[in-house]
Unconditional design. Structure first.
Lengths: 343, 475
């Protein structure tokens, strides 16, 4: 494990071997690893986009998992994972960058659920009772979460970063955002939730048990997706909290525009329909003057690079700008006190 | 294609098989290895292979033109044009965005109409590394240190997949001669190679990825929300993370090359055991250090033109070394800091030689003091390297020395253990590792494979989920 060195030759000579035997060592090592790690590999394959690669991976892994299960190795591997501090049934993408939520309080759920028919104001924060801001969604929300840590002032606001990489609303079998949003509301009780999700949703919609709800590309997909967006927003506002739903920005790849615009139309429709939900139009805010994709943003006389070179995400500057604008929208629509975030 | 992935494992099994099957037929072997290396590179983005091919063609044509010139001035001009052509794509991909934004803003401030097109350019992975290798080739041909190689050899020298994306930066004389030697398939040091690969994976997956997720990213992301203790631990954790990340990658690269019968130069030699910054640079990213020395510092005049010019050359070399990592001021400050450290170190050595400064006694506590001060100086540099701006780095260091209290929830026992392991590998003697490798090499292939499989399982289970890219891929 220490750095490679040609000095200090060992007293006993190291034995070398022919390439054929070396290949045998490699194949045995990979096979043993694959058998021991099969349950994790299968869960990872399960979480992949529906398609040929996933189908082939599962076809290879299913027999391996059978072997692992029937030889008791799964239990041993799970025990090893627990000993290493990893939940063997945890999320595939991991929970890196996700803040711990406060512990659940008994009967807390019953204290909420007031019926709201029109937009209300967000409560003013005090030093004793800071504003509680949750940031939820996929990898874009992870960026917003880190930016929110800087944009919202620690004295007035507590930020709960809950963005999870590679998640979305289509694959509840991979990550159940409905259940997670319930947990966030019950335990963090956010006054304001910034939602940015949907980048990974161009695929079939599956129920939490893995059965298919609606294939992508079908006529009814949009209606089913809108149902999930609406359900999610209702959960997020169920305890009296407010939501700024950040729409998806355009991407460098024009081939994705139609789908993203359909998603944004759904997000906006749900925000228009539900109380305490506002929609932030990131597509038009950050598009080029001709409506196309731009990695740069002209702010008065200054030009700033705001997008990541992958053509999908923002860079640090871009996330900060996006979060500031989302907070400003919360001020405009829900009277969020600007002192919580203004410089 | 990333090393610690199933994709790479499958790719490598096929390449390993093809490599040894075709080993006796040099032409077929080279063609196979070039195709394999281009597939490896194109896995990220197939368009990148055109850039790699373009750099190869330009480097080879430059070398051919240089070698045909007898007149020294013409040789030099040919070399200069060749280097400019080779480095052009790197300058464009790495610095154009930075240049365009700053020129546009300056022009707007001055009410001028000058506005270069704002194009965001994604940096192709590995371009900094193979560009430096291409420059090595052109300059070595110019210096008559290496003859012009064949097209196939140059193509394989620049694209050979084990070193392609993050080094080590191999010189033509170290790799090209190996391409024409028929490797002996009967004597493969599988245990030495496996040790490097598994050790590299452990450093990357278990130590570096864990520290990044557990403490470094949260604290460097928002230092204002954390205590001085957390910031101090995060800085040391980053020092360990970047070492384990980069040296882990290098170990895997060297191990993979070793399995194919190739020897790569060493890239790290326990850098945090150094007792001076000069020594640190002899131990850290050694192939970049010697590249900067041989192709920048010495051509600038090195230490042959007086004290002031030596200091200038040191500073220029380190500033450009900083800028090589990216078009951002915090990298320039990092390079400048190390330039300053080296200048002070050089000055002290000179003063001691002249008897102006006393030479410190050769005692253990002086050694400990030298080691600690070197480590602190290097860590201060890492703050500028890792932070997203100079302002963030300064505020982080300010918060560190202002002894901010508060909870330090991110300083946990596993974090401290990971740091301790990362530091311990700088100091453990090499002999026990050699003895273990020797003992393992006596095993039959099947038990050896089973042991390696269990080790691989332990590494993948101990590390956080997901595949984190190597830090040096962005450079």
């Amino acid at each position: 494990m220490t750095d490679e060195s040609t000095s200090s030759p060992p007293k006993r000579r190291r034995r070398v071997m022919p390439a054929g035997r070396a290949l045998l060592v490699i194949l045995v090592a990979l096979l043993v690893w694959a058998v021991l790690y099969a349950p994790e590999l299968k869960r990872s394959a399960d979480a992949a986009d529906v398609g040929t690669r996933r189908t082939v991976s599962l076809a290879i892994l299913d027999p391996l998992v059978w072997v692992t299960d029937h030889t008791g190795l799964t239990a041993a591997a799970n025990a090893a994972a627990r000993a290493a501090g990893r939940d063997p049934n945890g999320e595939i993408g991991g929970d890196s960058g996700v803040d711990a939520l406060p512990p659940a309080e008994p009967n807390q759920q019953q204290q909420h659920h007031h019926k709201v028919v029109k937009d209300t104001d967000i409560r003013g924060p005090t030093p004793d009772k800071q504003l509680r801001v949750a940031v939820v969604g996929d990898s874009l929300a992870q960026g917003v979460g880190f930016a929110a840590d800087s944009v919202f002032k620690p004295f007035w606001a507590e930020v709960f970063k809950q963005g999870r990489i590679s998640t979305g609303l289509a694959r509840l079998d991979y990550f159940n955002w409905m259940a997670q949003m319930h947990t966030i509301v019950d335990r963090a009780d956010p006054d304001l939730t910034l939602v940015m999700i949907g980048e990974n949703d161009n695929q079939g919609m599956l129920y939490p048990d893995g059965t298919l709800e609606q294939d992508v590309g079908t006529f009814d997909w949009a209606a089913h997706y809108q149902g999930r967006v609406e359900q999610f927003a209702k959960i997020a506002t169920s305890a009296g909290g407010h939501v700024v739903w950040i729409g998806l920005p355009n991407t460098a790849d024009k081939g994705r525009w139609d789908f993203i615009q359909r998603q944004d139309t759904i997000f906006q429709a749900v925000a228009d329909e539900l109380p305490n939900v506002a929609y932030f139009d990131s597509w038009n805010t950050f598009a080029a003057a001709d409506g196309g994709y731009s990695a740069f943003y002209r702010d008065g006389t200054k030009v700033r690079e705001i997008r990541s070179p992958d053509g999908v995400h923002f860079n640090t500057d871009g996330y900060a700008l996006l979060t500031e604008k989302a907070a400003q929208l919360a001020t405009k629509d829900f009277n969020l006190d600007p002192k919580t975030y203004a410089p | 294609m990333l090393f610690p992935t199933v994709d790479f494992a499958l790719f490598f099994c096929l390449v390993f098989l093809g490599h040894w099957v075709l080993n006796h037929n040099a032409r077929a072997w080279k063609a196979f290895m070039i195709v394999a290396s281009y597939v490896f590179y194109g896995w990220w983005n197939p368009r990148y292979i055109f850039l790699l091919a373009g750099v190869t063609i330009v480097a080879q044509l430059s070398a051919m033109v240089i070698s045909r010139q007898e007149d020294q001035r013409r040789r030099m001009w040919s070399m200069a044009v060749g280097i400019a052509a080779v480095i052009g794509p790197l300058l464009f991909f790495k610095y154009y965005g930075f240049f365009a934004v700053n020129v546009t803003n300056a022009a707007t401030t001055l009410h001028a109409t000058l506005a270069p097109p704002l194009i965001q350019v994604a940096l192709p992975v590995g371009v900094s590394f193979y560009t430096f290798m291409a420059i090595s080739y052109v300059v070595d041909v110019y210096r008559r240190e290496f003859p012009v190689a064949s097209w196939a050899d140059t193509t394989l020298y620049l694209s050979f997949f084990p070193h392609l994306v993050a080094g080590p930066i191999v010189r033509p004389g170290e790799l090209i001669p190996q391409l024409d030697i028929q490797r002996d398939p009967r004597h493969l040091d599988i245990v030495g190679a496996g040790w490097l690969i598994l050790g590299g994976l452990f450093k990357k997956v278990v130590i570096a990825n864990y520290l990044a997720a557990a403490i470094v990213d949260p604290i460097f992301g928002e230092p204002a929300r954390h205590s001085s203790l957390e910031i101090g631990v995060a800085i040391v954790a980053y020092a360990v993370q970047i070492y384990c990340d980069f040296s882990g990658y290098t170990d895997i690269a060297i191990g993979v090359a070793k399995m194919l019968g190739f020897q790569f130069p060493q890239n790290f030699d326990r850098p945090y055991s150094a007792r001076s910054v000069q020594e640190f640079w002899r131990r850290w990213h050694m192939t970049l250090s010697r590249w900067l020395r041989d192709y920048l510092y010495i051509p600038l005049g090195g230490n042959r033109k007086g004290t002031v010019r030596t200091y200038e050359n040191l500073m220029i070399t380190m500033l450009l070394g900083g800028l090589w990592h990216g078009a951002a001021w915090h990298f320039v400050v990092w390079g400048g800091l190390h330039g300053l450290y080296l200048i002070v170190g050089h000055w002290k050595t000179t003063m001691r030689a002249r008897g102006v400064l006393a030479t410190p006694p050769d005692t253990w506590w002086i050694h400990a003091l030298q080691w600690a001060s070197t480590f602190v100086l290097v860590c201060v540099g890492w703050v500028f390297f890792r932070a997203d701006s100079v302002g963030t780095a300064v505020s982080m260091l300010g918060r560190l020395v202002s002894f901010q209290g508060g909870p330090s929830t991110l300083v946990t026992a596993p974090v401290l253990l990971a740091i301790a392991i990362g530091m311990a590998v700088q100091f453990v003697p090499r002999a026990p590792g050699a003895a273990i490798r020797s003992a393992v090499s006596q095993l039959h292939p099947v038990p050896m494979g089973i042991a390696a499989g269990f080790a691989l399982f332990a590494i993948t289970t101990l590390g956080p989920r997901g595949v984190a890219p190597f830090i040096y891929f962005q450079f």
